[in-house]
Design a protein around this ligand. Sequence first.
Ligand SMILES: NC(=O)c1ccc[n+]([C@@H]2O[C@H](COP(=O)([O-])OP(=O)(O)OC[C@H]3O[C@@H](n4cnc5c(N)ncnc54)[C@H](OP(=O)(O)O)[C@@H]3O)[C@@H](O)[C@H]2O)c1
Length: 312
Amino acid sequence: MRKRPLGKTGLEVTELALGTWGLSGDGYGPIAEGEIERVIPRAIELGIELFDTADIYGKGAMERVLGRMLPAGSLIVTKIGTDLGSTPPRKRFEVGFLRQSFEQSQERIGRDSLDIVLLHNPTMLAMARTEPFDFLKDLKKRGTLKAWGVSAGSIDVARAAIRHGAEVIELAYNLFVAADLHELAGDLADSGCAVLARSILSHGLLTGHWTAEREFYPGDHRADRWTGPELKQRISQLEALRPVVTGPVLTLRSAAIRFVMSNQLVTSAVLGPRSVAQLEQLVREAGFGPPYLKDTALAELAARLKGVGIMV
Ligand SMILES: NC(=O)c1ccc[n+]([C@@H]2O[C@H](COP(=O)([O-])OP(=O)(O)OC[C@H]3O[C@@H](n4cnc5c(N)ncnc54)[C@H](OP(=O)(O)O)[C@@H]3O)[C@@H](O)[C@H]2O)c1
C-alpha cells in the first residue's frame, strides 16, 4: 500500500487507515460476533499500517484490541478528551484529565510511547486555552508521543488547531462535505499540518445503495442525523453523480473514496468498514495509485455537485 508523509512529523503513513468506531459497536449498533478479530488481521494483510481509534470507542475496548493485535510498525491514532465517568458524558480538556486519559490509553494500548494523540472534538471555548497544547507538546518533547493534533468538528476548530501548531488534524471530508478542507488549503500548506480524512462515505450514504425509506436500528447515530426530507434530498443529489461511475470507477462508493484520495492535502483516508467484506470492497475500489480520479472526472464531479447546490 502506498504511503504519504504525515505532514512534517517525519512519519510516513499508509494512504488508507482503518477506523474503528463502527467496529466498536458504538454509533452504528452491534456488529457480528468475532468480526473485529477478522477485520483487523485482514486490514494488516491488505497493507494498512495506520489505525484510528479513540479512548471512548467501546469504552476503551478498541484501544485494547489494537494494542493486542497490531504488529510493531503499525501506527495508532487515538483521541482523548471525553469523560465517560460523568452522566451524561462530557468533554474535558483540562490538563489533569488529559494526563489521566493519556496514561489510561498507554495502559490499554500496552505501549509506553503512543503514536498519534488527538484532542477529541474540542469546542472553540476549549481551543481558546493554551494548556492542553502545551501538555501535548511536552509529551512529545519527552518522547512519550510521536505526534499530536486535533480531531475537529468544524472549520473554526481546525483553523485554531493549526494556529496552536497541531501536526495532524482529523476532519470529515467527502463529496457532500468538501468545502471546509478546500478552504483550509492555504493554512495547511503554510503549516505543513497533516490531514486524516474521516466519514468519507458520509456514514454510508455515498454508497448510493440507500432508499429514502431506509430505517436505522436504535443506537445507530444515523437515525438522528438527517430528517426524512433531508435524506430524500441527499439521495436525489447522489443521482446527479452517477455518470462519473465509468471505466475503473465501478461504483459510486469507488468515486467517493477516489475523490478523497485524489486530494494531496489528505494524508490518509480513514475507512469505516463494519465487516471484512466491506473492508475488502473499500480497499479494492480505492484503486492502486494515482490518478485515483482523472482531472476531467474531478472537474465533472465538481460541476455536477455545484449543479445540485453543493459547493466544493
Ligand atoms: N470525531 C472523530 O474523531 C471521528 C468521527 C467519526 C469517525 N471517525 C473515524 O473515522 C472512521 C470512519 O468514519 P465514519 O464511520 O464516520 O464514516 P464512513 O466511513 O463515512 O461510514 C461508515 C459506514 O459506512 C458503511 N460502509 C462502510 N463500508 C461500506 C461498504 N464497503 N459498502 C457499503 N457500506 C459501507 C457502514 O455502515 P452500514 O453498513 O451500517 O450502512 C459504516 O458504518 C471511524 O471508524 C472513526 O475511526 C472519527
